[in-house]
Every structure is written in C-alpha cells, then in structure tokens.
Design a protein around this ligand. Structure first.
Ligand code: XLS
Ligand code: NI
Ligand code: NI
Length: 445
C-alpha cells in the first residue's frame, strides 16, 4: 500500500492455512497449503493462482437490467480517473498479498483508464505500469499474463482485427503492441488474446473469409513483435464460442487448432482455456483440456464455472471438486501447465456487496482447486484409470495396430486378412460404470 493509505480490508491480516477439519473460521484454507508436496512439486507451483483485475476490482456489479451494486469508492462517477486507478491499485495489491496468491492478470484498461486520444491513453498506461512495477517489487507478486481490451470501446463494435475497417485493425495493433510491451516490462509469463468481438452478429453483412484472413495476419504480427522485443513469455489465445457476438471465430480448442495450422502459427500460440467458455461451447472443461493436451497446445486456465440452467457466461467461482478433479487429472497427465496457471476469471454475485465476499469467493475457489489437485494426484498415483486405458489400447503398440499407424498396411492388405478369416474381432466391455465407481471412490475418501 502507499504509505498513507488505509487498508481496504482492515479485518483481514493474512488468510491462514488451517488443518482440514478446523472450523474456527470461514476465512482459512483447508485444502490449499502452498508448501505441501504433491507428486514431488509444491502445491503453489502446480496451481500458480492468479487474481484477475477486471472482475475483482473493475466490475461495479452492474448487469443489463441494473446499475452497479458494489459501491467501491474507486468506481465513483465524478472522481479523478487516475487518482481512482491508483486507489484501485493499492486495494488490489493489498488483496493479493492478504490472500496469498503468487500472480495477478490485467487488461491495459483495467489498470489505466482510457483517455480522449490514443496518446493520452498510452501515457496513462505507462504511468500506471510504473506504479504496478513498484507494487510488484514491494510484494513479490508476479504477473501471470497481461492483455489488451479490444472489446469495450465503441470503435470495436464490429471487431478489432476482424473489423471491416482497416483503421480499426491498426488501432487494435497499436494497443496490443503497447500492452505486450507493458507485459514484457512487468516480467509477465504469458500474453493473452481473447477475441471478444472477433466474430459476427449476422452473416448478412459479413465477409467471413476476409475476416479470417485478417485475424490470421493479426496473430502473425503479434508473434513477430513478441520475438522482436525478446518477450520470452508465451502467447495464448482464449476460446469462447459467442457472447458478446453471435459467433466468435475462436470458438473452442479444436477450432483454434485448425486456425493455427492454416496460418502456420502452431508453434507460436498455446491456449488459455476458460471453464465457462468450454461449457458455452457445449463441451466439458475436461474435454477442452484433453483436446489441448492431445495437440500439445495447453497453456493456462481461466477458472470459473457457469450455471447449468443459464446459457451465458455467469463467471462464478469454481466449487465443484468433481469437475475440477477430472480436468486437473488431464492437466497432470499432460505434464502440467508450465508457465500457465489458474486465473480466477470469476465474479461475485451482484448481491455479494461486502468487500469480504471477495475473500470468501477466492478462498473457496483456491480450496476447491487444491482439493481437486490432491484427488487428481491420487487417480494418477493409484492408476485408477490409466492401467485400464493402457490395456484397452495395447493392440496399437505392436503387431497389427503398429503396422497400421506406421503405414505398413493398406486397405487391400487389411481386406485380405479379414477375408481369409484371420481377423475376427470380439467386442470387449468399455467398463464405463466400473471406472465411474472407481473415480467416485477416490472423490469420496
Ligand atoms: C471474457 C473473457 C476475458 C478474457 C480476457 O469472457 O474471459 O475476461 O479472459 O480478455
Ligand atoms: Ni477469460
Ligand atoms: Ni469469460
């Protein structure tokens, strides 16, 4: 905090690590213990928690039917915008420290409000980046990723890179150049691109092929600049099928993988998978993780959840150990998140107006993920599933299966073996119910 600033959360000193059955306080970790070893690595280094700046400190609690409910002092409509940005920064770092997370994430506009022209906005960002750097040095908290907000301002209503107007493309390029350099300056470990407006509202006014060429070009330019400035962090694309637009081009992991291949960018980008975006795409989070692992493009996670009855991005804090266990199991099998982490891209509910609700939300999310990590590690260590899967696919490791994948068989040769009666496969049980019971027995322990 600035030397004279009053704490915004005076009731909280530091969220303590408790014994798992300790019920003396709601605000303590019962599963998360940063130093606890899991599969030979500290819990903190597996999970690499980050708090997001936008939902946690910028969102006022407004929705399409009503105004902000949260009443944070820095949301006031008539204050000095930069003074409020500095107050928000103080509160944010007080929160990160008291919660005990190693990382945070931000959009350019989250830390520095947009001004009248580009130059003034850029100057504000530079000023705030220096202030952020000071806070990071003071607290040891690091930047998991930075990004640029290419969706909020009316200029982006018809898209950023995919706008019909090349001048909007140019504006977005300028903003990303600056945000990428700011991320680099702050030692960010990744840079994220979420194409919020990169899609269409109606095909009646859209040249889909042209827009996809623009997006490919934009992503290539960002990769080029990353190398030019020597940014060693990873570039990540965050899929989402729709909302705000009717259709977004980077709709899920498979769509992005196809796109990256088309534009020869597979080596330049990995994926930031958000739980609620996966479910909006009609996929499970576990599926999206497994798909990214299978293609070697898993990067990081935006942790949240949707509401099973609502078809929009409700961005609630994760609270299902079962859902997260299965996804973390896939992450562990894939070798972990590397320089990625779990960023809470999650919002309080509009009625959760007390500042302490921010702690309840994050403590719950962190404990859910920590508990899930422990369960996933058990699934892995006890080979609850892997032995069965290995055996199920054993035929592909030698003999016929191997010959097929190595290209040593043709339709003719296979036909010959089947026709002579040498090949006559017998169906085998997939054992789904047995495996579900095994997973449940680990979840119930
Ligand atoms: C919105 C996205 C956004 C990205 C960053 O739905 O999740 O918050 O994570 O631009
Ligand atoms: Ni997100
Ligand atoms: Ni989202």
């Amino acid at each position: 905090m600035s030397p004279n600033a009053d704490p915004f959360f005076p009731e909280i000193d530091q969220i303590p690590v408790l014994e798992s059955h300790d019920t003396s306080t709601d605000l303590g970790f019962r599963s998360y213990d940063p130093d606890r070893e899991v599969l030979g690595k500290r819990m903190e280094d597996h999970l690499r928690f980050a708090v997001c700046y936008w939902h946690t400190f910028c969102w006022p609690g407004a929705d399409v039917f009503g105004d902000g409910t949260l009443g944070r002092p820095w949301h006031s409509a008539n204050g000095d915008a930069m003074a409020m940005a500095r107050q928000k920064l103080d509160v944010a770092f007080e929160f990160f420290s008291k919660l005990g997370v190693p990382f945070f994430c931000f959009h350019d506009r989250d830390i520095a409000p947009e001004a009248d022209g580009y130059r003034e906005s850029a100057a504000r960002l530079d000023e705030m980046v220096e202030a952020v750097a000071g806070k990071m040095e003071e607290t040891g908290i690091r930047l998991l990723w930075g990004t640029a907000n290419l969706f909020g301002h009316p200029r982006y209503a018809a898209g950023a890179a995919t706008n019909p107007d090349p001048e909007v493309f140019a504006y977005a390029a300028a903003q990303v150049k600056h945000a990428l350099e700011a991320t680099h300056r702050l030692g960010g470990e990744n840079y994220v691109l979420w194409g919020g407006r990169e899609g269409y509202e109606t095909l009646l006014n859209t040249d889909l092929r042209q827009e996809s060429l623009q997006l490919g070009r934009f992503l290539a330019l960002v990769a080029e600049h990353k190398h030019k400035i020597g940014f060693e962090g990873r570039l990540l694309i965050e899929p989402k099928p729709f909302e705000p637009t009717k259709h977004q081009y980077d709709s899920d992991v498979a769509a992005i993988f196809a796109f990256l291949q088309k534009f020869d960018l597979v080596d330049q980008y990995k994926i930031n998978i958000e739980v609620n975006h996966a479910t909006l795409a009609g996929k499970s989070f576990q599926h999206e993780i497994a798909t990214a692992v299978a293609h070697g493009i898993l990067g990081s996670v935006d942790a949240n959840r949707g509401d099973p009855q609502n078809g929009w991005d409700t961005d609630q804090f994760p609270n299902s150990v079962e859902e997260m266990t299965l996804a973390i199991y896939e992450i562990l099998r894939g070798g972990g998140l590397g320089s990625g982490g779990f960023n809470f891209d999650a919002r309080l509910r509009r009625q959760s107006i007390d500042p302490l609700d921010l702690f309840h939300a994050h403590v719950g999310g962190m404990d859910t993920l920590a508990e899930s990590l422990l369960r996933a590690a058990t699934l892995l260590e006890e080979e609850t599933l892997q032995g069965f899967v290995d055996e199920r696919y054993a035929g592909w490791k030698s003999g016929l299966g191997r010959e097929i994948v190595e290209g040593k068989q043709t339709l003719e040769s296979l036909h010959a073996e089947v026709a002579t009666g040498k090949i006559d496969p017998a169906p085998r049980s997939g054992r789904q119910e047995l495996l579900e019971n095994r997973v449940n027995s680990v979840l119930r322990r």
